[in-house]
Design a protein around this ligand. Structure first.
Ligand SMILES: [Zn+2]
Length: 144
């Protein structure tokens, strides 16, 4: 893992200590690198009504937006309780694509030596809504 991402991975692992996962015991931490160099972390917050659980990635993004950050360079996700790297769920991919450029790196791993380096575009292919939100909808398929 590149040193910059390894540093973010450590922040994501540290954040896992705050994870609220009494039902799954599956801790997730996310570290979001903002364009200004600051790092905002998030953890999964479960609920006894399971559908209300909020993932670490979405909590990190919501906390960053709340703090006035709007541009992000990288997202690193740690799942230290897993035996392999666990990628963001579909809901998180949608939210990530709302706030990060298609080329932005997304790294997810269970350890610093067991990880996957991906991008927003790889996690969210054929993301026409991304083009729509950036004002390039007219260039998309279906228009001449
Ligand atoms: Zn998720």
């Amino acid at each position: 893992m590149q040193p910059e991402y390894a540093s973010l991975f450590k922040r994501a692992c540290k954040a896992c200590e705050q994870s609220y996962a009494p039902y799954s015991h599956f801790r997730v931490g996310a570290a979001l690198l903002c364009e200004d160099g600051s790092v905002i972390t998030g953890v999964n917050v479960e609920n006894r009504s399971f559908g209300l659980t909020i993932c670490a990635e979405r909590n990190a993004i919501a906390a960053a937006i709340t703090a006035g950050k709007t541009k992000f360079k990288a997202l690193v996700i740690a799942t230290p309780d897993a035996a392999y790297p666990v990628s963001p769920c579909g809901a998180c991919r949608q939210v990530i694509s709302e706030f990060m450029p298609a080329s932005a790196p997304v790294i997810f791993g269970n350890t610093e030596d067991s990880y996957v380096t991906s991008t927003v575009a790889e996690l969210m292919p054929h993301d026409a809504l991304h083009d729509l939100s950036s004002g390039h909808a007219h260039d998309g398929p279906g228009h001449s």
